[in-house]
Ligand binder design. Structure first.
Ligand code: ARG
Length: 460
C-alpha cells in the first residue's frame, strides 16, 4: 500500500482520522519546486562524493525533472496516504525510475529535508515581498513628488494640528516601508544558511559535503549545529514579524484612505477600478480594498502569534508540532503580497483633491502655533504667555464663528495691544508650511529633497 515507504515495522495501516491529522500534503505541495531543487542538490553532492553512483544519480535527477514537469502541468496525483510533499515525490520517483529512487534519501532525513525546502520557500517569499515593497515605495514617491506643495491639515488625536504638505504625509509611509524593506533584507541575510546534511538531528556518518549543497542551493553557508538546523524556525518567525509590521503600516495607510474617501473629508478619489458600489444605496463608492487591507492585517498578525506559540515550549529537536509552521506562513505571504499589490494599485490610482485639502487645512485654527511662535519671536514674550494669548484669540475666533487667520487686527488687539499687522505674514497655511524648513520638516523644499534622496536610494 501507499505509505509503505517508511512503515517497515508496521503491520496495519493508519486510522482514517490519524491519516487526516497527520497529512500536510494539502498545503505543503506548495513547496514542491523547492523540494525538487533540494533533492537535485542533495543527489548531485551524493554522486560527487561517491556515495551514489553517477548512473543512479543521473536517473534520479531525470526522474525529478519529469516530476517537476508533471507538477507544473497539473498532472501529478497527490496522495494523502503519503503524508507530505516529500514522500509524494519520492514515491512517484520510485514509480518512474525503479529501485534507484531509494538511494535519494541516503544521508538525509525528512527533518533536514523539510527544514531546507521550507527555508527555500520562505527565502523566495522574502524576495517577492521586497520587490513589492520597492514598487510601493516607487508609487508613493510619484504621488509625493507631485504633491510637495499640496497643503493638508496635519493631525494629532485626529484633530487639526498644523498644516503639512500632502507629499510630506506620504513620505512618512515611504520611511515606514523603507524600514520594512530593511527588515526583509536583514532577515533574508540571517536565514540564508543551509540545514541540509543535519540529517535526522545528529548529522550523518556518510562523507557528505554540506558546503557543496549549501552552494548549490544558493545558501551562504551550512548551519553549524545539526540539532539547531532541524529545530530552528526563526527564519519563518522573522519573516512573519517583518510581514506583520509591514501589514501594520499598510493598515494605517489603508485606514487613512478610507477616512480621506469619506464625503465628510473628500480629500481623495479612487476610480471605478478601485471602488465598489452598494446593492441598495445608489450614491455609494466604497474603498473596499483599503478596508480589506485593514481587515486582513489580523490574519498576518495571527500567523506570527500562532507560530510563536507553536515553537515556544518545544524541546529539541523536531516535533510534529512544527508541521504547523507552513499553512499559516503560506497564507500570511499570500495575504501580504495581495495587500501590497492592492496598495500599489490604489496609490497609483489616487486622485488628490488639492482644493479640498487646502480648504480643510485652512480651518481648525491650524496656524495657532505659528501665531504663538510669532508672539514669542517678534514681541519677546515667554512661549507660555504667547500660548495663553493665542488660546484667547482662538476663543475669540470661535465666538465670532471664524478661523483664527480671519480675525481683524483690531479684534486681535482687543486681546493684546502689542500685536501688529506683521502677524498676518504667519497666519496663512502656505507661510506655515514653507517656514518649517528644519531637517525632516514639512517645507516643500525639504520634501522634494527627501523624494529625490529616496529615488536615488532605489536607483530610480
Ligand atoms: N511533513 C513534515 C513537516 O511538515 C515533514 C517532517 C516529518 N518528519 C518526521 N520525523 N516525521 O514537518
Amino acid at each position: 500500500a501507499k505509505g509503505d515507504l517508511i512503515r517497515g515495522r508496521f503491520d496495519e495501516g493508519l486510522d482514517e482520522v490519524m491519516a487526516q491529522i497527520n497529512a500536510s500534503i494539502g498545503f505543503d505541495r506548495r513547496m514542491a519546486m523547492q523540494d525538487i531543487d533540494n533533492s537535485v542538490a542533495h543527489v548531485t553532492m551524493l554522486s560527487e562524493q561517491g556515495i551514489v553512483s553517477a548512473e543512479d544519480a543521473a536517473s534520479i535527477k531525470q526522474g525529478l525533472e519529469a516530476i517537476r514537469i508533471e507538477i507544473t502541468a497539473g498532472e501529478f496525483v497527490y496522495s494523502v496516504e503519503l503524508e507530505d510533499i516529500h514522500m509524494n515525490i519520492e514515491a512517484r520517483l520510485g514509480e518512474l525510475i525503479g529501485p534507484a529512487a531509494g538511494r535519494l534519501h541516503t544521508a538525509r532525513s525528512r527533518n533536514d529535508q523539510v527544514a531546507t525546502s521550507f527555508r527555500l520557500w520562505v527565502r523566495d517569499a522574502h524576495d517577492r515581498a521586497s520587490q513589492l515593497v520597492e514598487r510601493l515605495i516607487g508609487v508613493l514617491l510619484e504621488q509625493a513628488g507631485a504633491h510637495t506643495e499640496s497643503i493638508m491639515p496635519g493631525y494629532t488625536h485626529l484633530q487639526s494640528a498644523q498644516p503639512v504638505s500632502f507629499g510630506h504625509h506620504l513620505m512618512a509611509y515611504v520611511e515606514m516601508f523603507g524600514r520594512d524593506r530593511g527588515r526583509l533584507r536583514d532577515s533574508r541575510d540571517r536565514m540564508n544558511e543551509s540545514p541540509l546534511g543535519a540529517a535526522a538531528l545528529a548529522g550523518t556518518s556518510f562523507p557528505i559535503d554540506r558546503e557543496r549543497t549549501a552552494e548549490l542551493l544558493g545558501f551562504a553557508r551550512p548551519m553549524h549545529n545539526s540539532l539547531d538546523a532541524v529545530s530552528d524556525r526563526d527564519f519563518a518567525l522573522e519573516y512573519l514579524s517583518a510581514a506583520s509590521l509591514c501589514m501594520t503600516h499598510l493598515s494605517r495607510l489603508a485606514d487613512e484612505i478610507v477616512l480621506w474617501m469619506s464625503p465628510q473629508y473628500r480629500f481623495v478619489e479612487l476610480s471605478d477600478a478601485w471602488t465598489t458600489g452598494s446593492s441598495i444605496m445608489p450614491q455609494k463608492r466604497n474603498p473596499d480594498a483599503a478596508e480589506l487591507i485593514r481587515g486582513k492585517t489580523g490574519r498576518v498578525h495571527g500567523a506570527l502569534v500562532g507560530l510563536l506559540t507553536v515553537m515556544k515550549a518545544l524541546p529539541l529537536t523536531f516535533s510534529k508540532d512544527m508541521q504547523e509552521d507552513k499553512e499559516t506562513t503560506f497564507d500570511a505571504a499570500d495575504t501580504l503580497e495581495l495587500c501590497l499589490k492592492a496598495m500599489i494599485g490604489m496609490i497609483g490610482d489616487l486622485r488628490v483633491r488639492t482644493a479640498a485639502l487646502r480648504a480643510a487645512a485652512g480651518s481648525g485654527h491650524a496656524t495657532a502655533t505659528d501665531l504663538a511662535d510669532w508672539l514669542t519671536r517678534e514681541l519677546g514674550m515667554p512661549f507660555r504667555e504667547a500660548h495663553h494669548i493665542t488660546g484667547r484669540l482662538v476663543r475669540l475666533a470661535d465666538e465670532r464663528d471664524r478661523d483664527l487667520a480671519e480675525l481683524s487686527l483690531e479684534q486681535m488687539r482687543e486681546i493684546d495691544a502689542r500685536i501688529t499687522a506683521d502677524v498676518f505674514t504667519v497666519l496663512g497655511v502656505e507661510d506655515s508650511v514653507t517656514s518649517r524648513r528644519s531637517l525632516g520638516g514639512t517645507s516643500p523644499k525639504r520634501v522634494a529633497e527627501e523624494v529625490a534622496a529616496w529615488r536615488e536610494r532605489l536607483g530610480k
